[in-house]
Design a protein around this ligand. Structure first.
Ligand code: KG4
Ligand code: ZN
Length: 354
């Protein structure tokens, strides 16, 4: 285990997130108190295409980031001269957006002569629960992380900032990707997760017995493509044309139940693997916003004698607070980045070094 707070930080930190389709900026004081947070969703730009278009995303980040940062600084009531450091998502993600955010942060770091921190976006999700006062009881190292987002689905042992051990991950789709694809099948538009959860609220989760891939299998791996195919086959067998609303709601609820069962089962295996080392399960990533999934994890954690920590929904989906916070954690350990650090579209969490 490592100690934190070992280096004094003499001012606020600016965080920038631009790895996918949210342009975000946040300012935290040296103790991790949130002074400003702004997230600008590009949902409207991408919705007509049914998913994120990388080139459109990069251009939108470029168009909006400077004004967004100025607004965040004004909200925090500070000027650039007050900053102690600047952190930006440097991967994994869409390279165009990563370049926009990283270059902006590097420019600021050079101009002000302050440290630059290239943050792994997944590390941002992984450390969010440690923001002071965010989750009851805090999140001391080590803990078990279930990261469930649009691009990632994995169980990770979090041993410290920069110290991650992968216990298992998806062998095909990520959980959020499955939500988005099934939402598309049901004609719910994009992004699908939140819309599917709303529709599922009026559906019968027991009507369609969809498969639960890898349930009760050894280890902590995930698979969702068979479940997605089962939903597609069910939809294909229904009469052509508009799906009756109740049928769509029942499919949504049955699918959501299956995902919740799978996530709970895999998390249970990971908790068994980490028993004795920790009794804390942290869930992060956009899919952690789903209430049915949170409840399923709550029950499984309680059965295993674990405490479940879920950051609030606004900090589960992509945001810049988590980037600034990961920056602070690294800064405290003296782990700043080279100004020449090149953003990485692929950047596994477990490849990070202290
Ligand atoms: O973490 P995130 O904001 O971005 C990535 O890094 O991927 O996660 C976005 C994903 C999307 O797939 C979205 O459909 C899913 O999280 N999501 C949800 C919910 N809210 C967002 N999935 C299920 N239920 C939700 N309420
Ligand atoms: Zn994310």
């Amino acid at each position: 285990m490592q100690s934190s707070f070992d280096r004094p930080i003499n001012g606020p930190i600016l965080g920038i997130e631009s790895s996918c389709d949210e342009t975000a900026a946040a300012v935290l004081d040296a103790g991790g108190r949130i002074l400003a947070e702004i997230v600008l969703s590009q949902e409207r730009e991408h919705a007509p295409f049914g998913g994120v278009v990388p080139e459109i995303a990069a251009r939108a980040h470029l168009a909006h980031l400077p004004a967004l940062v100025r607004r965040a600084m004004a909200q925090a009531g500070i000027g650039f001269a007050d900053l102690a450091a600047v952190a930006a998502s440097a991967g994994p993600g869409l390279i165009g957006g990563l370049i926009v955010g990283s270059q902006f942060a590097k420019g600021l770091a050079i101009a002000r002569g302050i440290p630059y921190l290239a943050i792994n976006h997944l590390e941002g999700h992984a450390l969010t629960a440690r923001l002071p006062g965010l989750v009851e009881g805090g999140a001391p190292f080590p803990y078990l992380l279930l990261l469930v987002s649009g691009g990632h689905c994995q169980c990770v042992a979090v041993e410290g900032a920069g110290a991650y051990r992968r216990l298992g991950g998806t062998i095909d789709d990520a959980a959020g990707e499955a939500f988005d694809k099934v939402a598309k099948l049901l004609g719910l538009g994009w992004p699908g997760g939140p819309a599917l959860e709303r529709l599922a609220a009026s559906g019968d989760p027991a009507r369609y017995p969809f498969p639960r891939p890898l349930l009760r299998r050894e280890g902590c791996d995930f698979s969702f493509s068979g479940l997605k195919t089962a939903v597609a086959q069910t939809v294909a067998k229904l009469p052509m044309g508009a799906l009756p609303v109740q049928t769509a709601a029942d499919i949504a609820a049955s699918f959501q139940r299956a995902v919740a069962d799978v996530l709970a089962d895999r998390a249970a295996h990971a908790m068994t693997a980490m028993a004795g080392q920790t009794s804390l399960l942290v869930v992060a990533g956009g899919v952690a916003a789903n209430q049915t999934i949170r409840q399923a994890l709550e029950q499984t954690a309680a059965r295993a004698g674990f405490r479940l920590a879920c950051p609030p929904v606004r900090l589960c989906t992509d945001n810049a607070v988590m980037i600034a916070w990961a920056g602070l954690e690294r800064l405290r350990l003296g782990l700043t980045s080279e100004i020449g650090f090149a953003p990485r579209p692929r950047w596994p969490l477990e490849s990070l070094a202290r």
